[in-house]
Ligand binder design. Structure first.
Ligand code: ATP
Length: 258
């Protein structure tokens, strides 16, 4: 078992996975992973399709059971806790596919997040409305908040997902391919949003196939293949790593998107 070096970024570790494994029968989707998320930084995970990235995110949010290993949030183990409890402790996520309620407005969709009351600091109704306002303002959705999902573009729908994920003032935000299916301009907007959230101190973990976006956005990068880490460190050097080039980019350096 190896230990993550993301601590080299300095500061406190907010969330840590130690020797985490998730096996589906004989499939070792994740098999002995160590990652740590430094406070107020953006960590990223790259890896080819099927390398175990989404399974790791599901494990971190307790949506799939661990075969072995430990999860630690703010210094406390949480691998025995239920997903809704983990959410209430401040671990928030977005999913690969858009999951919005078609018959609700954008504001109402974002407000759904506030049903997950934080255990450590339950807000008042007024504070909740203010939190929703802040999430809408941060994501630039103000003029669209009364629209329904089918009245806005796919790129906007994905922003709504992020707004919902941050509306509850999470400690950690986990994003599973938030720019999948977006054009370059929309991708840049998501990257800028993440950087803005980092300025506000939000710790983030990003899964993306867009290598350029990962290099531009992340402070620290993990590369996975077949459920294990094959490299980690400063994004530029991870992307140039021979094993990563081989596994992720297929042919050395010629492909920008997997
Ligand atoms: N519920 C499941 N049951 C059985 N096998 C699964 C399940 N979910 C994922 N797997 C398998 O686990 C492995 C890792 O899948 P996972 O979706 O985590 O990879 P990924 O890196 O997120 O891929 P992608 O980039 O395509 O989203 C794959 O072999 C996949 O087929």
């Amino acid at each position: 078992m190896t230990t993550s070096n993301s601590g080299s970024l300095g500061g406190q570790t907010v969330l840590e996975a130690r020797d985490v494994a998730v096996h589906y029968g004989g499939i070792k989707a994740v098999d002995g992973l160590n990652i740590s998320l430094p406070a107020g930084k953006i960590a990223g995970i790259v890896g080819p399709n099927g390398s175990g990235k989404s399974t790791l995110l599901a494990a971190l949010t307790r949506l799939v059971p661990l075969t072995r290993g430990e999860l630690i949030l703010g210094g406390r183990p949480y691998h025995h806790k239920a997903p809704h409890v983990v959410a209430r402790h401040g671990v928030s996520r977005t999913f690969q596919t858009v999951r919005l309620l078609a018959d609700r407005t954008i504001r109402e969709n974002i407000a759904l997040a506030t049903d997950v009351r934080r255990v450590d600091k339950p807000p008042t109704r007024k504070q909740l409305e203010e939190q929703i306002d802040v999430a809408i303002e941060r994501t630039g959705l103000g003029s669209l908040q009364k629209r329904r999902p089918d009245e806005v573009s796919y790129g906007v729908q994905r922003k709504v997902e992020i707004a919902r994920a941050i509306a509850n003032n999470p400690t950690v935000l986990l994003l599973d391919e938030p720019t999948a299916g977006m054009n370059r301009q929309e991708r840049n907007q998501i990257s800028e949003l993440m950087v803005k959230l980092r300025q506000d101190g939000l710790t983030q973990l990003l899964i993306e196939h867009d290598v350029q976006m990962m290099v531009d956005t992340c402070d620290y990068l993990y590369a996975m293949n077949f459920g294990v880490l094959i490299a980690e460190g400063e994004p530029e050097s991870v992307i140039k790593d021979a094993a990563v080039q081989e596994a992720y980019l297929g042919t050395r350096g010629s492909k920008k998107h997997a």
